[in-house]
Design a protein around this ligand. Structure first.
Ligand code: HSE
Length: 320
């Protein structure tokens, strides 16, 4: 985007923003499908301070793993890119409060990027729409894991269930969803770095697998739009990425089997893993799936967190 050199009306001096975790890929839609959860998520506190610099004064919940250098931190990267676009340097201090695990497959870096870009836009008087903020947040993903995939940042920033129809130009389409759709997500307490989970993928695929996969993407989206749970279930199959990445996740096959036995429409890896998600069409079913998944992991001595969440249509919210 061209720099705007726009004189913005600064709306307030500080803001606290929450942005949600996300399930990317959603089975068949590697790098093109994602949806937002209600929890967990990250919080960013941002203050304008007339220093002319961007600083990161505090990061909590990361176990000391994230850089406080704004050039290396995803929140700092998106804020600087946004301010450069506006042609302004007001001076900003950022606190990042990680309320979800890193390397979990829940879009941790994307939630920080989405919260940061939403917060700075609020502070600068909302010069850009959420859709216009998305390319900046996507750059945060590049800083975090070397790949500017948008299937976490887009749902975290825009809310709901989204299709990244194109990356060049970036074209993100919101997908209507059935009102009873609910996700169960289990996070086994192991860490998989997105960068590593991407590096093990094959660079080319068989035409036969591509045909299966794009049939499933079309079927999944059609099922969501038509409220056809049977079609959603039949389509929630990934023949390309899951067979490779599931090898990194202990007990993946067992967890998927018990989820389906409990009535899940479908089950696959959340983002780059190790989290696993299942979709269902009723909260009690989602609860049974959660118990069964957790039990399966406990049997092999792996602790986990489980989240049950309808699709979060709102995306980021201002907390104060
Ligand atoms: N689409 C990305 C991947 C999401 O699967 O690598 C990472 O969370």
């Amino acid at each position: 985007m061209r720099p705007l050199n726009r004189q913005c009306t600064v709306s307030s001096q500080s803001v606290k923003v929450f942005a949600p975790a996300t399930v990317a890929n959603v089975g068949c839609g590697f790098d093109v499908l994602g949806f937002a959860l209600h929890e967990p998520g990250d919080e960013v506190v941002m203050r304008l301070n007339n220093s002319g610099k961007t600083t990161i004064s505090r990061i909590t919940g990361d176990g000391g793993k994230l850089p406080t250098d704004p050039i290396k931190n995803t929140a700092g990267v998106v804020v600087d890119a946004f301010l450069a676009h506006l042609g302004q340097r007001p001076g900003v201090d950022i606190e990042v409060h990680k309320k979800m695990p890193l390397g979990s497959g829940l879009g941790s870096s994307a939630a920080s990027s989405a919260a940061a870009i939403f917060a700075i836009n609020e502070l600068m008087g909302r010069p850009l729409s959420r859709a216009q903020l998305l390319p900046f947040a996507t750059e945060g993903e590049r800083a975090a894991c070397g790949s500017a995939h948008a299937d976490n940042v887009a749902p975290s920033l825009l809310g709901g269930f989204v299709l990244v129809r194109s990356y060049d130009p970036l074209d993100v389409v919101p997908i209507p969803i059935p009102k009873d759709l609910v996700a169960t997500v289990i996070h086994p307490h192991i860490e998989i770095r997105t960068e590593d989970a991407r590096s093990i993928l094959k660079k080319s695929i068989l035409l036969r697998d591509a045909i299966t996969q794009w049939g499933n993407i079309g079927g999944l989206l059609t099922g969501l739009i038509l409220n056809d749970y049977g079609l959603i279930g039949r389509s929630l199959q990934d023949v390309i990425i899951e067979p490779v990445r599931s090898l990194l996740i202990p007990e993946f096959d067992t967890i998927k089997r018990v989820a389906l036995e409990c009535g899940a429409l479908g089950c696959s890896i959340s983002g780059s893993g190790p989290s696993i998600f299942a979709l269902s069409n009723a909260l009690p079913t989602a609860g049974r799936i959660a118990d069964a998944m957790k039990y399966a992991l406990r049997q092999v001595g792996i602790d986990s967190d489980v989240y049950i969440s309808p699709i979060n249509e709102q995306g980021p919210k201002v907390l104060g």
